[in-house]
Design a binder for this molecule. Sequence first.
Ligand code: GUN
Length: 312
Amino acid sequence: MTNQAQAIRASEFGALLIDGKMIAADVIQEVAAGAAELIKAGTRPGLAVVLVGENPASQVYVRSKGKSAEACGFHSVQHTMPTTITEDALVALIEQLNADPAIHGILVQLPLPDHINATRVLETIVPQKDVDGFHPINAGLLAIGDAARALVPCTPAGSMILLERAAKVLGLKLAGMNAVVVGRSNIVGKPMAQLLLAQSCTVTIAHSRTRDLAEVVGRADIVVAAVGRPEMVLGEWIKPGALVIDVGINRVSAPGLDVKGQPKTRLVGDVAFESAVRRAAAITPVPGGVGPMTIAMLMSNTLRAARRSVGL
Ligand code: GUN
């Protein structure tokens, strides 16, 4: 286990920088140890990742999911299907994986091509193997406060671990805090709100139609930004001493050309980091904050699904 002070570094402004890379490495180490134990008992956790088409970002994500699965000692398979695959053929592949006893987790990388109904595909995955936590049964379990039985979506689950670590280092209790989640997606915003509610936070979900977002964010002890819009949450909005979790990963143009003569780009979050770090008590950087936790939690969900499959 990484020491807390190392995993959460103080910035020159006094805010704690929450090092998701280091905390994710801890999670992966714990999952690998858990997997080794399960393997000794006769079950190797198995993860199947399904990629449709050639979206370059999806290819990168899928490759790193496979690598992490191998680092954890899992049985790892990737099914790469052409963009032209029919919805029925994709559903048939998932049904085959549902029935495969060597596979405990199934992940269909999103987005899917327009001719495929993603809802039908995701709902074909049996809830016990739904390591993305997108199936209505898992969403429903989380909504009724039964996160222990649900498989929880990876990005909010990872964000929650970062938040809990930061609160612990700062000697704060999450219960009773005002939490504002900016973004209402089924993948991040809504499940994040459920997890915060389960920790007894007073939760507000803000979105594109929210009036006076600056004022709403300004009341928050916890801000979770998950809108996918570069630096839209301004540092001036942040209440001094707030905990800030930035889920956004946005590629924007940067000055100059790269080694290939192409215009340079850089990654930024949904929060204007340079100004927010001066006000927050703790903040996640982009990159290196929430991003690495998403894959770590996918591994954790796969181990959980495998353990449950043998009644543990
Ligand atoms: N595409 C972008 N994020 C995700 C995710 O969390 N899960 C899946 N399956 N696809 C994604």
